[in-house]
Design a protein around this ligand. Structure first.
Ligand SMILES: O=C(O)[C@H]1O[C@H](OP(=O)(O)OP(=O)(O)OC[C@H]2O[C@@H](n3ccc(=O)[nH]c3=O)[C@H](O)[C@@H]2O)[C@H](O)[C@@H](O)[C@H]1O
Length: 434
């Protein structure tokens, strides 16, 4: 039977070796044993101290998160309710996700102006200059639209919003945009366009009554499709970028929520939307910035020296398509998370039906800016771009009354006017120094 001493101090190399025959050694051993138990107690004490410090820290952290959370509280709820109030008969109350984004800002404003209730939601991420998003928010605030700062992945926040307001519609525009950035940060596309979408749909399906959902898909779902113009019934199973793949996945995911839970779904395939308050990462915007700053622009060209082309669509036309979609969206049929009958599932192209090449886009900008661009023409890298896009909009025309009226010349003129004024240039393209 090994003694307690043996168990505590097994005679393994490098550890204590006890000679039991020596009385003095025995005394030493007891002293040593006593000091080791003291050390043991001290160690226990230190561990307990560290543990209580860490739990106190986490209490302080979660407490401060609670107290500094950008949402919640009576005042916050009042602001949300006021913003959601409807001021026209037959109006709607709409939760607009991505409200501080480009399309979100314009759609929120248009809804508010016609008397609908609007609550915005935006996470103000730094994919591009957040100060532009803050400026859009300030403008929306000035029109009585409250923007909640939060993420579509925050299910507690979404549940709270649906608790405070009975939303008739959700205009879901929050997304990780950009075709080429998907190679740099693929996870952000999964986070926003897949996980965020599912979290939002979960909240919508559980809400009682369920809202109708209108959301932003993308022309990029057509991928390598070369049948022109692109019709909604064309192939969309050959995406050229992860961005496109996540938008295509969104179309499938929304279909399941329509099928299982009776959510009314309208997916809008936007075609390269541009205009005032636009996205700085897009070509028309970054070209403008570089041209004014005298910096070169990179113009991609397709295989066999073929120019790339896009069905550039002006923001006001897109807004009309969004409002038309909200107005014609049939009701969701589910309640208590259960489907009670079939609900509409629609997909529409929202394009301009007249593609323009990228070199022509540059020429128009040069004309409006009265500055020559320094072009650097390179072959399109294999980064997710497609050679051209061209929308067939017959379905949207028929079902939504969608009819784009702004050509690229006119739309870019309005964009340039906004850009010069927003960034403090005079109309000769010279920066005004205060
Ligand atoms: O319809 C969509 O669903 C998408 O539209 C938009 O994508 P794109 O059509 O790719 O727009 P955008 O980047 O402005 O490039 C325009 C053209 O300029 C070319 N391009 C671009 C950059 C550059 O430096 N040089 C260049 O030649 C480029 O090769 C391309 O030919 C949205 O960003 C996207 O989020 C999504 O909504």
């Amino acid at each position: 039977m090994p003694s307690l001493e043996d168990e505590l101090f097994p005679s393994t190399p490098g550890k204590f070796k006890i000679d039991r025959s020596h009385h003095t050694m025995n005394r030493q051993f007891h002293r040593c044993f006593a000091s080791t138990s003291t050390m043991f107690l001290w160690a226990l004490f230190l561990i307990a101290l560290t543990a209580s410090y860490l739990s106190f820290q986490s209490f302080v952290d979660s407490g401060s998160r609670y107290f500094t959370a950008s949402w919640g509280g009576l005042q916050w709820e009042k602001q949300v309710r006021t913003s959601a109030q409807i001021h026209r008969s037959g109006g709607m109350s709409v939760l607009v996700t991505g409200a501080a984004g480009f399309v979100g800002t314009h759609v929120s404003l248009a809804l508010k102006k016609r008397g609908d209730g609007v609550v915005g939601l935006d996470n103000f991420n730094n994919y591009y200059d957040p100060s532009l998003k803050k400026a859009r928010k300030a403008m929306l605030n000035g029109h009585g639209i409250f923007i909640v700062e939060g993420d579509i992945n925050d299910s507690r926040l979404l549940d709270k919003l649906f608790d405070v307001v009975v939303f008739t519609h959700v205009m879901h525009l929050a997304a990780q945009a950009g075709v080429r950035y998907a190679m740099e940060n693929p996870q952000s596309y999964v986070h926003s366009n897949i996980a965020g979408l599912v979290t939002l749909l979960e909240a919508c399906k559980s809400s009682n009554p369920q809202p109708a959902v209108v959301w932003a898909s993308s022309s990029s779902v057509y991928g390598l499709n070369d049948k022109v113009p692109f019709s909604e019934s064309d192939r969309t199973d050959q995406p050229a970028s992860l961005y496109a793949a996540t938008k295509k996945a969104g179309e499938e995911i929304t279909h399941t929520y329509n099928h299982i839970y009776g959510l009314s779904i309208t997916g809008l395939r936007f075609f390269t939307v541009y205009g005032p308050w636009g996205r700085p990462d897009m070509a028309y915007f970054s070209f403008t910035r570089n041209i004014l700053q005298g910096k070169p622009i990179t113009v991609y060209r397709g295989k066999n020296r073929v120019d790339l082309a896009r069905d550039f669509t002006y923001i006001d036309d897109i807004v009309k398509g969004c409002l038309g979609s909200l107005d014609t969206a049939g009701k969701s049929t589910g309640s208590g998370g259960k489907k009670r009958g079939p609900a509409p599932y629609r997909i529409f192209n929202l394009g301009n039906t007249s593609p323009v090449t990228v070199p022509v886009l540059v020429e128009i900008l040069e004309k409006h800016l009265k500055v020559k661009a320094k072009r650097n023409v390179v072959e399109m890298p294999g980064n997710g771009d497609v050679p051209f896009t061209h929308a067939n909009i017959s379905a949207a025309r028929r079902e939504l009354g969608y009819k784009p009226t702004t050509d690229l010349q006119t739309g870019l003129k309005k964009f340039v006017r906004w850009y010069l004024s927003y960034y403090g240039y005079n109309n000769r393209g010279t920066k005004i120094v205060n």
